[in-house]
Design a protein around this ligand. Sequence first.
Ligand SMILES: Cc1ncc(COP(=O)(O)O)c(C=O)c1O
Length: 370
Amino acid sequence: MILSDFKLERYFNKHEFTAKYLLSSSDCDGFSMNYILEQATADELSLWENLHLGYTESAGHPLLLEAISRHYKTNVSKKMVVATPGELNYITMNVLLKKDDHAVVVSPSYQSLYEVIKTIGCDISYWKPNDNNWTFNSADLRQLITSKTKVIVINFPHNPTGSYLSKSELEEIITIARENNCYLFSDEMYHKLMVSDAEELPAVCDLYEKGISLWGTSKSFGLAGLRTGWIAAQDEKLIEKIIAFKDYLSICNSAPAEILTIIALNHIDAFLKPNIEKIKKNILLFKEFQEKHKNLFPNFIPPKAGSTSFVPLNDEGSALEFSDQLVENTGIMTVPSEMFEYSGNYLRIGFGRENFQEILNVLDTYLTKK
Ligand SMILES: Cc1ncc(COP(=O)(O)O)c(C=O)c1O
């Protein structure tokens, strides 16, 4: 099996730790260790201080599974597994799919959501939004389903567009999945990042017997360095298969990351709220900036949820050329639409960074001189 390069991650690899400014990150600034431990109760601190670094349980620390389960309505106590988010996507697709199966995947999307499926030898149809407002139409999804469709892959809040669904739209997707006996893999990595007046969606695993919800600490919590994610689903057999496959990859989780994740989950507001405030503030700053630079950014659809927008770019060259020149001339890293293999010229803008205004000032000076 040969996986194609993960374009977005290769581009980050090139610039993330050398560029002075990051304008396109999808995660929020990482919280410090001190901040996490300040939130902990005496019992949680004791877990941390008395931790021994042996192997950990395959599915995850029992207290971690308990902390996760409190964020779902369904009784998912035996129906969860913790691993890195990418690993969970990789394993789930390998457990669910075989060659010549068909999958429908939202597009644009985080590349691993379709690349792993492609590598298994499946056919893929891409469910695309209306690019005037980034809404996804369920009638279009219905058209894409075939007798071979095994899984539908969605991601709301959506990276990169910031698109979101209403509850009735999500229910319609579940109806389509149920009628066609498909699994619904729901990448909910940006769950609870509610940055507009949109109503928060329930997790798909709480609504659908073949729903699979993926969430983790990287985006909603501002704790990407924990490398922790989890899957919750009603299908206990599926979870068992994922845990068994994990024996060939990480086997078990990082013991320190597990304890820190327990603390984060038990004090979620201390992480979520500052992130949401920061994103909202930065959306307003970008709106003002875009009004001033309408020639270059003719339109801006603010995220309904999540931390990113996909902003149309009106430049002579490609979005990749623009991003390459920008990082070279100013040290500002942006992610161009080429990294999402999506046609048209767009830049992903990420709103989760404290120094957003400073970056816009540098960009403003560059564009004014250009
Ligand atoms: C939609 C989506 N799913 C999964 C991931 C992977 O999360 P992590 O970086 O924590 O592995 C990302 C990361 O950007 C993402 O945007």
